[in-house]
Design a protein around this ligand. Structure first.
Ligand code: GLN
Length: 484
């Protein structure tokens, strides 16, 4: 086994016993990136010197100086600010943006000794489900040439699946951690809204965005959450609430846990292979002692419409700051101020971002606000109440993450609506603010990974970890790696 193939748990044992140094582990990942990233394209930038300096620092740390991730190489989605390191958000408009500070989650990783290897490719401003809207590099699914890695955190998921790093951070506004995790066969968690600080996360839709981890197993995901979760005075939406040790939830056996199957998630349009993997997951949990109950989320049909009003509306307001003056790309040929704004934004943003700005501006404009944004916000409350009612009957919901395994590049490119509809199972957790996790459940006949989604009540990440851990133990697929 090469060092880059280790889980965080395995690597920590070797690092702490001095069987392996962080420099060796980091070099192993950097060599792996040099070998395969020409085709995986998970990284927009790699900072070799910085990573090796961090690794040496980790190797020199003693006793209490050794944080809980001391010496572990990770990657970071390129919309989390990293002090002194370019943060592009996958957009030409921020191509040369160097943040003067780091996101709180990045600081926390570094305080605990993690080694940041580089920044990962993503859909422009996190808008998309395949990472194809990235202005620089489009990541490929490590399991199959010519297939998408998912999105918008496709690079983060691919980097972990392809063993270019041990874990990654992404963001999830409507599924962007869980969906690429499912398509790439890794674990990905979207925490409860407010559980993890958003400070230094470049905003897409502020009432939906959450930062979360990618990892190769459930324990590593819990370790990452132990580091990044918690209150932050710099984010007014982060919640002041004790943070558990999530690794304590990794208990074998499901006795006393009720698993709900939402009937609306198993209708037309769901790939039978995905359905089979999820149903098998539920059966395995039942064998482990869980009780299975049928539940209903009656307003599921409205989720896509509600999300694609609220997210673009918030985006159109958040993206107004990119005007060619304060940040990023500026058109130097324009003769008036208004032309400069126009030309900078026209050239700096890609087609999908422009589509969202148009949709959002329209939904917020006077005369339409009540009919669109306000109505969507009201339906959002109804959707949240559906979940509250379902959680009176069960502890966790089990469902697909995405309607199908990964698809070919370009397959949904011409039809934005088809792309939006593929988010049907993942966006409701963001609308309701509840936590969700994708855990590998099986493979399609073509050998593409299929994840199982678990969703729980607000701040109940522990129960998601417990159930995910049991799926991991019984499904027996999480140690499979793509052959590259
Ligand atoms: N696919 C969804 C969108 O394009 C979700 C993206 C995300 O979670 N950042 O908005």
């Amino acid at each position: 086994m090469y060092p880059y193939e280790l889980t965080i748990g395995q690597a920590l044992e070797k690092l702490n016993s001095k069987e392996l140094s962080s420099r060796e582990l980091t070099l192993s990942c950097l060599d792996r990136i040099a070998d395969i990233d020409g085709h995986i394209k998970a990284f927009i930038s790699v900072n070799r010197d910085y990573a090796l300096a961090m690794a040496d620092k980790a190797d020199a740390a003693k006793g209490d100086e050794r944080g809980v991730l001391c010496g572990i190489p990770v990657s970071i989605k390129d919309l989390l600010c990293t002090k002194g390191i370019a943060t592009t958000c996958g957009s030409k408009i921020l191509e040369n943006f160097i943040p003067p500070y780091s996101a709180t989650v990045v600081d926390r990783l570094e305080q605990e000794g993690a080694v940041i290897l580089g920044k990962t490719s993503m859909d422009e401003f996190a808008m998309g489900s395949t990472s194809e809207t990235c202005a620089f590099k489009v990541p490929e699914n490590p399991w199959r040439r010519g297939y998408v890695a998912g999105g918008s955190s496709g690079g983060s998921a691919a980097s972990v699946a392809a063993c270019e790093c041990l874990a990654s951070l992404g963001s999830d506004t409507g599924g962007s951690i869980r969906q690429p995790a499912s398509l790439c066969g890794v674990v990905g968690m979207k925490p409860t809204y407010g559980r993890v600080s958003r400070y230094g996360l470049v905003a897409y839709a502020s009432s939906l965005d959450q930062v979360g981890p990618f990892s190769r197993d459930v324990r590593d995901c819990a370790l990452m959450m132990n580091v990044i979760a918690g209150y932050d005075t710099k984010d007014s939406t982060s919640v002041q609430r004790a943070k558990p040790d999530y690794t304590q939830s990794l208990i074998t056996g499901m006795k006393g846990v009720k698993i709900g199957i939402p009937k609306e998630y198993f209708g037309a349009g769901l790939d039978p292979e995905v359905e089979a993997v999820v149903r098998k997951g539920a059966a395995l949990l039942q064998e482990a002692g869980a009780e299975i109950v049928d539940v209903s989320l009656p307003h599921t049909d409205y989720c896509v419409a509600v999300y694609y009003l609220i997210a673009p509306a918030e985006a159109s307001s958040n993206l107004a700051r990119y005007d060619g003056v304060l940040y990023g790309y500026r058109d130097m040929t324009a003769e008036s101020l208004i032309d400069m704004y126009k030309e900078s934004r026209s050239a700096g943003f890609g087609a999908e971002v422009k589509r969202r700005i148009l949709l959002g501006t329209y939904a917020l404009s006077s005369g339409y606000y009540d009919a669109y944004y306000k109505k969507a916000s009201q339906v959002r409350t109804i959707i949240t109440n559906d979940f509250k009612k379902a959680f009176e009957l069960c502890d966790v919901l089990i469902s697909p993450v995405a309607p199908s395994p990964a698809w070919k590049f370009g397959e949904k490119g011409d039809d934005p609506l088809e792309m939006y509809l593929s988010d049907i199972f993942s966006i409701s957790a963001n609308l309701a603010g509840i936590p969700g996790i994708s855990v590998p459940g099986g493979f399609s006949r073509e050998g593409l990974p299929i994840g199982i989604q678990l969703q729980g009540p607000h701040f109940k990440e522990e129960v998601l970890f417990r159930v995910a851990y049991n799926i991991e133990k019984s499904a027996g697929v999480s140690d499979k790696r793509p052959v590259l």
